[in-house]
Design a protein around this ligand. Sequence first.
Ligand code: PBG
Length: 329
Amino acid sequence: MNFPQTRMRRLRKTEAMRSLVRETHLRPEALIYPLFICPGEGVRKPIRSMPGVFNLSVDEALKEAELAASLGVGGLLLFGLPAEKDELGTGAWAEDGIPQTALRAIKRQSSLKSLVTIADVCLCEYTSHGHCGVVQRDGDHYHIDNDPSVALLAKTAVSLAEAGADIVAPSDMMDGRIAAMREAMDEARLQDTPIMSYAAKFASAFYGPFREAADSAPQFGDRRSYQMDGANMREAMREIDQDIAEGADMLLMKPAMPYLDVIRAARERYDLPMGAYQVSGEYSMMHAAFERGWLEPERTMMESLLGIRRAGADFIVTYFALEAAKVLA
Ligand code: PBG
């Protein structure tokens, strides 16, 4: 009789056996939960395109943070929605700005000590035009002016680190921002605050729902002159090389699911801690299928996160953080 000599199924027989030989694991501590902070008190405004995600005033954000801490989630990624926007995005570095206020409140609460606070550094939520940098207009044409943008972003990083961010995470994709932020923070005696660079951030349709959540859609044009072309792997490696040379302490890849190959390539090439951002569109498309009964919520969510881990991400920024932490508990 010619039986197969190797029977892979021997090790799949029971859950105990499968568990023994499992190669990749998810942990709540390696999940980061994004929060969208808005002005006011008692505000918990649902975001239409992201079921289960809200704009939260600082007091409500503290409650959400308590929940995250109690579930063992590793950290928070903070975004601010200012009451007013202007041409330069001055709200981004205001001492009493929205994320600054939230950071101070979180840091005052000892029950939230287990959470690493990460501040997104960008201008798009704060500018009236919704671009991530300074807009120069010339008749019908416009361009995003790199170097003046970098100066404002560095100021923003200092302001967020001063307010208590454990990590600053620039997501603007201007050239030279990491070096400028490192220098500005060092000068402000913030030499011990690490920078997590969104090193390879692609111009993606999957950010659509976020722009509703953060009210940050560009009012004209798009972000393709600063975010990366989705076709380019080698360029992603150059972006990362550049950010490491400028002093990045950690890397963040974004989006996750359509770019798992880039995450894998970066994992093999670089030794820095690296996270991946499962972005708004990835979350919302799964949710849409859950709502129609087309995909099973828990298994789909966990499989999507496991795939990102297996690709090589050490940690994952995800809107599923609380739900996934509950499953892992
Ligand atoms: C800010 C920023 C964006 C996201 C994170 N930081 C939006 C963008 O670049 O348009 C997207 C996150 C998400 O989609 O969940 N620049």
